[in-house]
Design a protein around this ligand. Sequence first.
Ligand SMILES: Nc1nc2c(ncn2[C@@H]2O[C@H](COP(=O)(O)OP(=O)(O)OP(=O)(O)O)[C@@H](O)[C@H]2O)c(=O)[nH]1
Ligand SMILES: [Mg+2]
Length: 193
Amino acid sequence: MKVNKAEIVISAVSPKQYPQDRLSEIALAGRSNVGKSSFINRLIHRKNLARTSSKPGKTQTLNFYRINEKFYFVDVPGYGYAKVSKKEREKWGKMMEEYFALRDTLKLATLIIDIRHKPTDDDVMMYEFLKHYQLPVLVVATKLDKIPKNKKSAHLEQVIQTLDLDPEDTVIPFSSETGEGKEDVWHYLEQYL
Ligand SMILES: Nc1nc2c(ncn2[C@@H]2O[C@H](COP(=O)(O)OP(=O)(O)OP(=O)(O)O)[C@@H](O)[C@H]2O)c(=O)[nH]1
Ligand SMILES: [Mg+2]
């Protein structure tokens, strides 16, 4: 997809702030610091529209990015960051439930995981949470630039096995650093737009 326009519309913390224009949405999910915001930036060729950081916990709100006035990427706060208080974790849980359970313009969830490692228990829980809401899930195995080429298929197999990936779902290897996998991702997303 050729991206001509990308704009942040709102950083929301509650449903009444979500956009009302009924455009389709593709939401990101994934561990803190795994590369969700970098993924958005790479897909839309913007260096830092979605704010990134080398420290976990950068994204704290649901950020709605409207692309080509056609659909939204929704960047969400990550999970699995140890230094988070119980209260913050509860706030995060409520925000995720409210969005993923009730949002009827949400067409696809994109679960970003780190290709270098076996998906964590939190990753497995997040995948199950998304499937519980009967969402189609695209798993993006990012940081592909950090593993040797000859290890790629073994790592992907580990992702499929650990998440117990549903036959309707797919995993695509990707790197925000090099852009590898970008065309495959766009091709997949376009079915939902
Ligand atoms: N080498 C490499 N580094 C990456 C890649 N994707 C992200 N990073 C780096 O990983 C760090 C975290 O990236 P973010 O995009 O901010 O991660 P996030 O998932 O949005 O993090 P939170 O908002 O804190 O949940 C940054 O230092 C990025 O530069 C990748 O594909 N390859
Ligand atoms: Mg982020």
